[in-house]
Design a protein around this ligand. Structure first.
Ligand code: PLP
Length: 467
């Protein structure tokens, strides 16, 4: 059975259920498996031709061992992916002789976050029912995460979902994807402030211990281990489709919080033969700078047309740091404390060398991203969204061997970012049929001032009304 430890080494190992429900470890660290389970070559071979759900059940089984039976796990997986609009869940599309696009946007909110969050919704419900408990999920969003969390938990019995977004500062498609969900357990709050104000309010609510305990606050942000595990699955399905375990692959991943590309690292650790993991950032390039210099230093956040990557502190990076420090939790704790103080940390040279064995990284500016969208349309007739375009651009720039298949992760449907896509290509992408009436649906949200007390009272009332 895989046990979970904290990247800061300050808590005893726990099981999958606790790592899932806690999210963050009590010492402020991130959970990771104590040892990596391995999918051996013949196991991978046996999976060739298997469905997404079958691969998911095999990849996830060792991570949930002891917490779920095989049958329970398979049932949760089947329900999680039943609502996707493509039977393959994460289909591959060919971009060039040896370049592929892995489409991760066939879930309900048109972004890759659905793949992990849909499963997380079912996992939460399962373990909460077992414990006879309910929770209040609270989060802040600048776009994609909030919608994916709302879709994952809407209508579930044991959760109330409260999502804060900055009033008037997110795109209309993104707002409507959250505010048109009719389920009674979903609450949207538009804060008169910025995304940072929303995040500060959420953090203050989690720091208010009596409030946190009374409402049983829970977080489903990208540091939850179960999200990483769920995302490792599509690296394996893409690998199998393109010749693994006998052929190595390169992946290009548009990156913000380092969650998605860390899932690729996890896939490599469990045995998928990955030749290269290419990290693509937009102008907010803390990660690209890290892989160039070994210095991880926060800068100012610049708004771009790939807003889900407008991040300067990549929360999942701490998981990689743990391995780069030889799995020494004390060292990670010291480095992160220094980072909290000075906004900067450096890994030892051998740590950087280790990271560079698998990772390459670069950033794409707005012009390069737009040019890539236009180029892909010209060459293939396909529209790609700005996030995916960052990955494609950097992937082609950093790939080492043209004979190794390059899989570029398409993290959002182009219709989620229609203005940016139209500006770059002259073509306005249309929403898929099941969302075609999004702009006619009724919206429901409350506008509140940027005031902790007002927000807490509002949430308290929402939860009490339900009980
Ligand atoms: C969240 C998001 C990303 C970044 O993913 P990370 O796991 O934070 O690196 C990229 N593209 C889209 C469309 C997203 O929603």
């Amino acid at each position: 059975m895989v046990g979970y430890v904290s990247s800061r080494g300050g808590v005893p190992p726990c099981d999958f259920e606790q790592a899932l429900l806690d999210g963050l470890a009590a010492d402020g660290g991130l959970y990771l498996p104590e040892t990596w389970p391995r999918l051996e070559r013949d196991w991978l071979e046996d999976l060739r031709g298997a469905s997404y759900q079958e691969v998911a059940a095999t990849v996830l089984a060792p991570f949930v061992e002891g917490a779920l039976t095989e049958t329970e796990l398979r049932g949760l997986i089947d329900r999680a992916y039943a609502g996707f609009d493509h039977v393959a869940v994460a289909p591959l599309r060919q971009l060039d002789a040896n370049d592929w696009l892995l489409e991760l946007f066939h879930g309900p909110t048109l972004a890759f976050k659905d793949i992990a969050l849909q499963l997380l919704g079912h996992l939460f419900e399962h373990f909460l029912a077992k414990r006879g408990r309910s929770v209040t999920i609270v989060g802040a969003t600048s776009g994609d995460t909030g919608a994916a969390a709302i879709e994952a938990f809407a209508g579930r019995e044991r959760t109330t979902v409260v999502i804060l977004h900055p009033h008037g500062r997110i795109s209309e498609v993104q707002r409507r994807q959250m505010t048109t969900v009719a389920a009674a357990n979903v609450h949207n709050i538009a804060i008169e402030g910025t995304f940072d104000d929303c995040q500060a309010l959420v953090k203050a609510m989690f720091d208010d211990q009596p409030f946190r305990a009374r409402l049983r606050l829970a977080a489903v942000n990208s540091i939850n281990w179960a999200r990483v595990a769920a995302q490792a699955v599509y690296y394996v399905t893409a690998g199998l489709a393109l010749g693994a375990p006998w052929r190595r692959l390169a992946f290009a991943v548009p990156t913000g919080n380092f969650g998605d590309v860390y899932a690729g690292y996890a896939a490599a650790q469990i045995g998928l033969p990955i030749a290269q993991l290419i990290v693509g950032t937009n102008r907010n390039d803390i990660l690209a700078r890290f892989f160039a210099t070994g210095r991880y230093r926060a800068g100012e956040v610049h708004p771009t047309m790939s807003p889900s990557m407008d991040i300067q502190v990549a929360s999942n990076f701490e998981r990689l740091l743990y391995d780069l420090c030889g799995r020494d939790g004390d060292q990670v704790r010291r480095l992160m404390a220094g980072f909290a103080q000075r906004g900067e940390l450096s890994v030892p040279a051998d740590g950087l060398g280790l990271a560079r064995e698998l990772f390459d990284a670069a950033s794409a500016d707005e012009e390069e991203t737009a040019a890539t969208m236009a180029e892909v349309l010209r060459a293939t007739g396909e529209l790609v969204d700005p996030h995916s375009a960052v990955g494609i651009r950097v992937g082609r720039q950093c790939r080492l061997d043209p004979a190794t298949p390059l899989v570029c992760l398409a993290t959002a449907h182009p219709a989620k970012f229609p203005e940016a896509v139209q500006r770059a290509t002259g073509v306005r992408p249309s929403l898929p049929a099941r969302l075609a009436d999004l702009h006619q649906r009724a919206e429901r949200f409350d506008v509140l001032p940027n005031d902790l007390c007002a927000v807490q009272n509002h949430i308290q009332r929402a939860v009490t009304a339900k009980a």
